[in-house]
Design a protein. Structure first.
Lengths: 296, 354
């Protein structure tokens, strides 16, 4: 195995007619750059940029004042808080648990491992409404687990706890699948080196394994978070949807649409877009920072 | 070279066997290393040399056998308590840590009661960097270093824990020939200075013969021969060792009544030669050339090629084409293709026919 992280030398012709800074685009030996870029731009515009533009334009129909009124509406503010707050909590909880699952699946060989492997993907594959019904059946006050929790005074379904459970459920595969390949690729001899140097198991994982898979954990968490923010199907069944308490932002958008308040719905949408985008930027910066430490 | 080793036994390996599934990686291997000795484990791939090294490190448990170091039962100790410094072929550096952090790792993970102070660690790192000649690179990351530099960091990291024994697993295997040669000399030098008992795994016979105080030659999980470099080179125990340590010419022969006969040439048999049909081995550069009416094996020169100070002479002997080697001064004048000569192996080794 050669070191995959050694930077490949960039071969440049000796008589480079252009000083490096003058060029906007590195010359590539691959043909078809303009065509590929063109197709990529058109596709991105149609699929991503155009709908987002519509979303950004729509709210202004009700004017700045209308937007402010919508956003300061306690019900909207509460919904945004529920959506982003619980999504973040679920994604963060999934980080250690997903790591543990990925660890078990990559590090040990045991009967039933392949079945477990498939089970991890189930939240991916399951239609979200089906997941919602299933979770509700179990966690409702008269369901098996719900009754158990009710005994110790925790209300699961129809409370923020229910939303949290649903979001953990749908976020899990994102975390596991992000960490697993990196964990598999981790060179065994690096860990063995740590052992010979006197590190115990805990130190080995803390100082050697976790830093190496840090970027992967972060990317898994941000994927799970992004997915959770937008999750609708599985949550609305278990949430109870009480305004100000367990109403998620996507549901509020649907409600506004049903009331023909398109501009209001778009306003909430725009707010979600802004927050999500901000979160994504922060996580990306953190990831770049983490990754750079290892291969600067 | 053996001068800096004393006679205290440091490492004793007795009857080590290890199987991976059905594949026997080590079969009843026993050997010892003296204190401060530089021991090379030499063998082709699949010979079990790396497995043996990993057993010493504690990264593999043998099925049977015993490993003692300084009288202590080594197999009872987990890896991290053995205090062996291991250097891996692919460096195995922690790539998210700087050079200084890498080297300090073994010290920073110590229990609080045994952990040196921050200043002591810094001093130690600086000292080790000087030892491996990488001063000023402490803040670099491994990815910013060349292969040779990385391996020196790995060595400094292993030395930081003041190991009882240094284990090197093909440490130069991933480096190019030039760097290998430089690091080889340097490693030998470092060993003279630090005096740590060292076990070194390699498949490169030149490296082993050049570096080690003693060489252990392994094949198919078995120890074939153990001895000083000149011993194993000059008195290979088996045809395999002869072949593995350098170029070999082989011919069938017969030993009878103290005489060795190869084709139409007869000479005195080497001491302790087995009786009857034998295989004769000699090095292509350990031959004397004589005129066609002299003593030796009848040969016809089929080609001559000058290679720097050496000359390669292709000869047909008994229908077999052999590439012999002569150095400028030992080459008889007038050797040219088509010439008939006599060839006398100077140090033939004789082995019973397998």
């Amino acid at each position: 195995m050669t070191d995959r992280f050694a930077a490949a030398p960039i071969v440049r012709p000796v008589t480079d007619p252009w000083p490096r800074r003058a060029r906007l685009v590195e010359h590539s030996i691959l043909p078809g750059f303009k065509l590929s870029l063109g197709i990529t731009l058109i596709y991105l515009s149609l699929i991503v940029l155009l709908p987002l533009t519509a979303l950004a334009v729509r709210p202004w129909e009700i004017g700045v004042e209308g937007i402010l009124r919508t956003l300061t509406d306690p019900r909207v503010a509460a919904a945004l808080k529920v959506s982003f707050g619980i999504s973040l909590a679920a994604a963060l909880v999934n980080a250690p648990l997903g790591l543990m699952l990925a660890w078990t699946l990559t590090r040990y060989r045991f009967p039933g491992r392949r079945i477990m492997e498939a089970l991890v993907d189930l939240p991916f594959a399951l239609p979200t409404a089906v997941a919602g019904i299933a979770l509700t059946a179990i966690y409702a006050p008269n369901g098996p687990l719900g009754a158990l929790f009710a005994k110790i005074g925790i209300k699961t379904a129809y409370s923020p706890v229910g939303i949290f459970i649903a979001l953990v459920f749908i976020g899990l595969p994102f975390v596991v699948r992000s960490i697993q390949p990196v964990l598999e690729d981790l060179d065994k001899d690096v860990e063995e080196a740590a052992q010979t140097l006197g590190a115990n198991d805990f130190q080995r994982v803390l100082h050697v394994v976790i830093p190496a898979i840090g970027p992967a954990i972060l990317s898994g968490v941000s994927l799970a978070f992004a997915r959770a923010v937008g999750e609708y199907g599985s949550v609305i069944f278990i949430a109870g949807n009480l305004p100000l308490k367990t109403e998620i932002a996507p549901l509020l958008i649907v409600i506004k649409l049903e009331e023909y308040d398109y501009a209001g719905a778009a306003t909430i949408g725009l707010a979600m877009l802004a927050i999500s985008f901000g979160a994504l930027v922060v996580m990306n910066i953190a990831q770049i920072f983490l990754a750079r430490r290892g291969r600067a | 070279m053996a001068a800096n080793t004393d006679d205290t036994l440091a490492l004793e390996i007795r009857g080590i066997s290890k199987q991976f599934g059905r594949f026997p990686a080590l079969k009843d291997v026993s050997l010892q290393a003296r204190d401060k000795e530089f021991l090379a484990l030499l063998g082709p791939s699949g010979s079990g040399k790396t497995t043996l090294l990993r057993v010493l490190a504690g990264l593999e448990q043998p099925d049977t056998g015993e490993v003692r170091f300084g009288g202590e039962d080594f197999l009872a100790l987990p890896v991290r308590q053995r205090k062996v410094g291991m250097v891996f072929q692919h460096y195995a550096l922690f790539r998210h840590m700087t050079v200084a952090q890498n080297i300090a790792f073994g010290l920073t993970v110590r229990k609080r009661s045994e952990k040196p102070s921050r200043a002591e660690i810094k001093d130690r790192v600086a000292h080790l960097l000087e030892l491996v000649q990488l001063e000023g690179l402490e803040q670099r990351f491994p990815s910013q270093l060349s292969g040779g530099q990385r391996q020196r960091v790995a060595l400094a990291r292993a030395l930081a824990i003041e190991p009882k024994m240094l284990l090197l697993d093909e440490p130069f295997g991933a480096l190019d020939a030039q760097v290998r040669r430089e690091l080889r000399r340097w490693l030998r030098d470092l060993h003279e200075r630090t005096g740590v008992t060292t076990v070194f795994v390699t498949h490169d016979q030149e490296e082993a013969l050049d570096l080690a105080d003693r060489v252990a030659i392994l094949k198919d999980g078995q120890l074939i021969q153990l001895g000083q470099p000149n011993e194993v080179y000059e008195q290979p125990a088996t045809p395999f060792v002869f072949d593995f340590l350098g170029q070999a010419c082989r011919m069938p022969g017969l030993v009878e009544g103290g005489r060795l006969r190869i084709a139409d040439w007869e000479s005195e048999a080497p001491k302790d030669a087995p009786q009857g049909a034998v295989e004769v081995f000699f090095r292509p550069d350990e031959v004397a050339f004589a005129p066609a009416d002299g003593a030796g094996l009848a040969a016809e020169v089929t080609g001559v090629a000058q290679r720097g100070p050496d000359v390669r002479i292709d000869c047909r002997i008994e229908g077999q084409v052999m590439e012999l080697e002569a150095h400028g001064p030992t080459l008889p004048p007038g050797v040219a293709p088509g010439l008939s000569v006599r060839i006398k192996p100077l140090r033939p080794m004789v082995y019973p026919v397998a």
